[in-house]
Design a protein around this ligand. Structure first.
Ligand SMILES: Cc1ncc(COP(=O)(O)O)c(C=O)c1O
Length: 458
């Protein structure tokens, strides 16, 4: 029998997260006056213990015991050798994936949701607000809040709210309250609706709404929680790559290529950052974040300072950005529709330590269906983008006759994305391309902002 699943025992779960800030240089977040943001200024939005983690340069950070206890509901997650996909592609490549779809909400997102809820609770916070695109993040935070007995309110991007009604039911099952964004509950939402009453919404607008809802809560016991982009989110997700490293060691393999889809960058950071450390120390690894052609943040947008949200409540972050007002076309991968990208992933791409790829919607769904028909798991639409790149690299290995080891992150399952698959099978999904003029227009918003320096970490 071929080995398919490589499993760690519960007592082998990593006890520390890896913090890449110990090993790379990063431009600081800036206020509107152009000066670095004082961490204290973020106190109405995040609890101080998470703000400290956001700026920490300690390489290894202990995972609290209570977080580990909740992690063991689904961790350690399996590392799977994709033997059936390899056969379907007739490739000499050995393909491994970390299966993060086995978490209760169905994605990697609870790795940080549980940690964030824990730190908030430890700081005396009782309620969290957030945004969600695909619904995976909202479900994850709702799940985490139910584990830690906290309240949760989720602003869900309207297009996804309409496309995926069952995500709301899932959030409600864990006690979260989910409303479509833009909503009339916040100033940012009302402004967006005034501009365009039929707007599909965007993650930028939903983030503005969730921040506003947290800071305007007069109880002082509500904070905002972000599911991607920030340094502490990338940190919490490194459990994925740290486990994968141990699991690959068990079968004596090491990746030549690492692939993950990138929306705000968190699952990709999770699988790749523990290996970036090796690359900085001289290992040869190709590392590919993959995004949609219809939201080409890393592949087309410049490395700039921009706001993380549409209403400009967040500080200026050094990142690749399509502009904080960018509203992407209505393609079906809600988690990959963000205008910006995590500063750490942006920095690593700008430095050339990783190389971004973009795939079309139809190539992504073709890849997802091939994976479902071989590996058996129906992937999340976001994961389909990683799969399209995996398949391309496996075919290249075949052409070159090379036994490449490919590691990728299966970031979620698509069991609540069946509407999109239904459209795909009916031939009703199309590719979107963005004109250079459209991109240039969206990017005008940061023309007068300061420019990040091109720092070199290695
Ligand atoms: C299953 C899945 N994969 C990937 C992503 C992209 O987010 P990130 O780049 O932060 O991992 C999302 C976001 O919602 C998601 O739900």
């Amino acid at each position: 029998m071929e080995v398919r699943k490589i499993l760690l025992r519960e007592d082998e779960i990593p006890r520390q997260w890896y913090n890449i800030l110990a090993d790379i240089k990063l431009n600081p977040p800036l206020g509107l006056d152009g000066n670095p943001v004082n961490p204290e200024a973020l106190a109405p939005v995040f609890p101080m213990n998470l703000i400290e983690q956001e700026v920490s340069a300690e390489r290894w950070i202990d995972i609290p015991e209570e977080v580990l206890n909740i992690y063991t509901i689904w961790h350690p997650t399996p590392l799977v050798r994709a033997v059936s996909l390899e056969k379907a592609l007739d490739t000499p490549a050995r393909i491994y994936y970390k299966n993060e779809s086995v978490s209760p909400p169905g994605s990697h997102k609870p790795n940080t949701a549980v940690a964030q809820a824990y730190y908030n609770k430890a700081f005396g916070i009782r309620k969290l607000t957030t945004e969600t695109g695909a619904g995976q993040w909202g479900s994850a935070l709702s799940f985490a809040c139910s584990q830690l007995k906290m309240e949760c309110k989720i602003f869900m991007v309207r297009i996804s709210f309409d496309q995926k009604p069952y995500r709301k039911a899932m959030m409600e099952a864990w006690g979260g309250k989910c409303i479509p964004s833009p909503s009339k509950e916040t100033k940012a939402g009302r402004e967006a609706l005034e501009k365009n009453p039929d707007t599909p919404g965007s993650l930028g607008i939903a983030i503005s709404e969730a921040i506003e809802a947290a800071v305007m809560d007069s109880s002082g016991q509500t904070r905002y929680s972000l599911g991607s982009v920030l340094n502490h989110v990338m940190l919490h997700q490194t459990i994925i790559g740290l486990e994968a490293k141990k699991q690959l060691e068990m079968v004596g393999d090491y990746p030549d290529i690492i692939i993950g889809c990138a929306g705000g960058g968190s699952n990709f950071a999770g699988i790749s950052f523990p290996f970036v450390l090796d690359k900085i120390n001289g290992k040869e690894i190709e590392i590919f974040p993959v995004e949609p052609v219809a939201c080409p943040t890393l592949t087309k947008a410049p490395f700039v300072y921009d706001h993380g949200d549409t209403a400009r409540y967040t500080p200026l972050l050094p990142m690749h950005s399509l502009g904080h007002g960018f509203v992407p076309p209505p393609f079906h991968a809600g988690g990959l529709r963000y205008h910006g990208m995590s500063p750490t992933v942006s920095q690593l791409v700008a430095e050339g330590l990783m190389e971004a790829r973009a795939v079309t919607q139809l190539d992504a769904y073709d890849a997802g269906v091939l994976a479902a028909r071989s590996e058996g798991i129906l992937p999340a639409p976001e994961t389909n983008h990683a799969l399209a790149c995996v398949i391309e690299e496996a075919k290249k290995a075949k052409e070159e006759g090379k036994e490449k080891v490919i590691l990728f992150n299966w970031s979620g399952h698509g069991l609540l994305d069946l509407g999109a698959y239904e459209k795909y099978f009916a031939g009703a999904l199309q590719n979107f391309s963005l004109s250079d003029e459209y991109i240039a227009e969206s990017e005008k918003v940061f023309k007068n902002f300061p420019k990040p320096q091109l720092l070199k970490s290695t």
